[in-house]
Design a protein around this ligand. Structure first.
Ligand code: UGA
Length: 449
């Protein structure tokens, strides 16, 4: 099929690239013409595993193209994926001005009827407004715009794998023909007839994804309800961690045992510095805002957010307790990205830690395998090191802020030889306290003695 993607951010690029790899013809556009120029020159503006590979192969096969002319992109596709940003306003409400702008563009530029698919994360009832805007701005009464909601459940770092091997594909529609069209778009994924860029040879056996057809309002709600529930799970684990510290229990033992109950599940029960990124913090806020506007009490979500914000305070208490005076101390910060396998630093807990360290006068030496370039633009005053052992030279403490595998595998015997003080404060519980103490380290983490 011929598809258009509006918005070449992380969701748009992964969606466009994967649909092209699955055999469709995709035309992408973005308001940022520099981004389009970079893509046309073969560059990839974000770090996401496998993305460069599939963009290159789709480009070579002429299945993906990029244009800064939104009208051309809009006219090229039978179906249009809207993948623009929906950042939070100060109130927590999602800012939908980019969606509104795109609706006007589609209505003005289209020469034929289109299926318009919301891929951006939006509050429930946005589809209704989108329908209304498309009809209101259309200059050609003969054109029909059908709207659908197709939320994404892609995790940064594993987004390409998630796209090709989803648990479920949710399509919120207003008529059966839109559902049929979306089923056709996703047919290669549903039938597993694509060449998987993630797995060499055959993909591991797994169940076929469910193709769920819902109303548009339900589809929109499914997305916010899913992300908020995962955030709630993390905050729950974090409160259990605080309790473990007071009681003298081990949060890893507790959450492991809890997770073995399939009704609970073991994922997203990892205690530590809490959640960040451009999805959970804004989606929780937007869901709180939406429910309040609807007159529904969603206090557990407000608590989820509060607990998450307190994680940084809790981490800092540990830092202060261990270091006594923070001012003038040489601190190695391991991990800047909001989680492992991404260069994304938006709402990263690590940056909040860095900010406070600087406010208190610490000398910060940072290391991250992918996120240093982005962080430099915000914090030029840090000392950056590709080699983590260089960050540790003469350090008074090592702080672990992101769960990168490279930090799980640090050689602490080697580290101990170059550090001024053998102190590790682990915000992601990557090590066992016993093992670190055996190596002669003072070691602090969350929810364990
Ligand atoms: C999240 C969802 O997992 C995706 O399903 C969704 O599609 C995406 O948001 C989105 O709305 O676009 P993502 O933001 O990439 O994906 O990151 P996650 O892997 O969910 O992690 C979020 C944060 O929670 C990270 O800061 C991570 O370190 C933290 N986390 C995660 C924990 O603190 N504990 C855990 O047990 C799990």
């Amino acid at each position: 099929m011929r598809l258009s993607v509006i918005g070449c951010g992380y969701v748009g690029l992964v969606t466009g690239a994967c649909l092209a790899e699955a055999g469709h013809e995709v035309v992408c556009t973005d308001i940022d013409s520099e981004r389009i120029a970079k893509l046309n020159a073969g560059g990839v503006p974000i770090y996401e595993e496998h993305l460069d590979k599939i963009l290159a192969s789709a480009h070579k096969a002429r299945r993906i193209s990029y244009t800064a002319n939104a009208g051309d992109a809009i006219r090229a596709g039978d179906a249009i994926f809207i993948c623009v940003g929906t950042p939070p306003k100060d109130s927590g409400e999602a800012d939908l001005s980019a969606i509104d702008h795109v609706a006007r563009q589609i209505a003005a530029e289209a020469h034929s009827s289109k299926l318009v698919i919301e891929k951006s994360t939006v509050p429930a009832r946005t589809g209704m407004e989108l329908s209304r805007a498309l009809a209101a701005y259309s200059r050609n009464g003969g054109l029909k715009f059908r709207v659908a909601s197709n939320p994404e459940f892609l995790r940064e770092g594993t987004a390409v794998g998630d796209f090709f091997h989803p648990d479920r594909i949710v399509v919120g529609v207003e008529d059966p023909s839109s559902a049929a069209e979306l089923r056709e778009i996703y047919r290669p994924i549903l039938e597993k007839s694509f060449h998987c860029p993630v797995h060499e040879g055959a993909c591991p056996p797994g169940h076929r994804p469910e193709f769920l057809v819902t109303t548009i309002n339900s589809a929109e709600l499914i997305k916010h309800a899913s992300n908020s529930f995962l955030a709630l799970k993390i905050s729950y684990a974090n409160v259990i961690a605080d309790l473990c510290e007071k009681i003298g229990a081990d949060v890893e033992e507790v959450t492991h045992a809890m997770g073995l109950d399939p009704r609970i599940g073991g994922q997203f029960l990892k205690a530590g510095l809490g959640y960040g990124g451009f999805c959970f913090p804004k989606d929780v806020q937007a869901f709180i805002y939406l429910s309040a506007r609807m007159g529904v009490d969603f206090d557990i979500l407000k608590a989820t957010e509060r607990v998450n914000k307190q994680r940084i305070d809790r981490f800092f208490e540990k830092i202060r307790q261990a270091l006594w005076v923070v001012k003038g101390k040489h601190v190695a910060v391991f991990g800047l990205a909001f989680k492992a396998n991404t260069d994304d630093i938006r709402f990263a807990p690590a940056l909040e830690v860095v900010k406070r360290l600087l406010e208190e006068g610490a000398v910060v030496h940072a290391s991250d395998p992918e996120a240093m370039a982005r962080t430099k633009a915000l914090f030029p005053q840090l000392h950056y090191h590709e080699d983590p052992y260089e960050a540790l030279r003469d350090a008074d403490a090592a702080l672990i802020c992101t769960e990168w595998n490279m930090f799980r595998r640090l050689d602490w015997d080697r580290a101990g030889k170059v550090m001024a003080r053998k102190l590790v404060i682990d915000g992601r519980n990557l090590y066992t306290p016993e093992a670190m103490r055996e190596k002669g380290f003072e070691y602090y983490s969350f929810g364990r003695e």
